[in-house]
Design a protein around this ligand. Structure first.
Ligand code: BV8
Length: 270
């Protein structure tokens, strides 16, 4: 695909782009998600039914971020982002922070982020690190030291925390127990759909990387892009559920195929 006539690019990524970093993909061989049925951990109903289980599930995935690093696919996309003179938007379904840790800037998380929290009492969103489960308490206070390790925000004094010990406290309205993961669950509206649609309608090239094409509306983006005249490329370990909609397909590990594709594109840039 000659890059000469390509100006505006939209790249959709899924769990496959983080697989080589050791982040579990969506559905394991047993169809379960890290041992859980999706409906038990990634739906608003599940959060009402068993918030402790949902917090435990996301606290574990948030902690895992500290044990993984971006891989060659993340780095190649960050390079393309830095060097591409035309429009470029990386739309990720992933809630991990590996794209931005690799340096990608023109990036949006349509399904939310593990490192972000949402207070249901005051509707504020804010960065979050560490556990969020209301049962998780702050470690014994040490004079003058902020307990960033346990989810409290920088500079937040201890005194207030000691009142109930829970880390699940909103930094802006101080409500305890109403902070939830800032993640788009099934049945909830994905983030920034207008911005995504606008980029899809202007795209000359739509590229899908490491996604099974099983979850909508993301799985429908290729058809929107095609309908608006874009050329379409799939890079995946195996054909996805939407592979018939792609003009070109590169099958193999993202850590190999993505750097190859980026080098070809950048080297042939006009
Ligand atoms: C909504 C956050 C209203 C949580 C996620 C139309 C038809 C049917 C159903 C629906 C429909 N429209 C809506 C639905 C319902 C539902 C849905 O799609 N259900 C599916 C299961 C049938 N969708 C929703 O509920 C969405 N909301 O529709 O709201 C609306 C309607 C219209 C317009 C706007 C709004 C919300 C969905 C979002 C749910 N949240 N994530 C969390 O992560 O904790 S979805 C989650 O699952 C991921 O974010 C991702 O989106 C999806 C997983 O898919 P993949 O990332 O593709 O991962 P998977 O493991 O499946 O595949 C990995 C692929 O990588 C494989 O192909 C593999 O071969 C490949 N691979 C593996 N290793 C490598 C590799 N490739 C390259 N290299 C490797 N090394």
């Amino acid at each position: 695909m000659a890059s000469a006539d390509v100006r505006n690019i939209v790249i959709l990524t899924g769990a496959g782009v983080s697989a080589e970093s050791g982040v579990a993909t969506f559905r394991g061989p047993d169809g379960l998600w890290e041992g859980h049925r999706v409906e038990d951990v990634a739906t608003p109903e599940a959060f009402v039914r068993d918030p402790a289980l949902v917090h435990q599930f996301y606290d574990a995935r948030r902690a895992r971020l500290g044990e993984v690093e971006p891989n060659a696919a993340h780095r190649a996309l960050a390079r393309l982002d830095a060097e591409w003179p035309g429009e470029l938007l990386i739309v990720t379904q992933n809630v991990d922070d590996l794209h931005e840790r690799a340096g990608a800037k023109r990036l949006l998380h349509m399904h939310g982020e593990l490192t972000s929290a949402w207070c249901l009492a005051c509707d504020e969103r804010f960065p979050w690190r560490g556990p969020m489960a209301p049962s998780a308490v702050c470690p014994e206070p040490v004079e003058g030291l902020s307990c960033s390790s346990s989810g409290a925000r920088e500079g937040q004094s201890f005194d207030k925390l000691r009142t109930d010990g829970s880390v699940n406290r909103c930094p802006s309205c101080e409500t305890v127990g109403m902070v939830r993961p800032d993640i788009v669950w099934f049945g909830e509206m994905p983030y920034e759909m207008e911005r995504i649609d606008e980029a899809l309608t202007k795209a000359d090239l739509f590229v899908s990387i490491g996604t099974s094409g099983a979850v909508y509306p993301a799985a429908g983006f290729v058809q929107t892009a095609r309908y608006c005249g874009a050329r379409t490329l799939e890079i995946n370990l195996e054909p996805s559920q939407g592979s018939i909609f792609f003009d070109e397909r590169h099958y193999g590990p993202a850590g190999v195929e993505v750097p190859k594709w980026v080098t070809e594109l950048v080297d042939n840039m006009a």
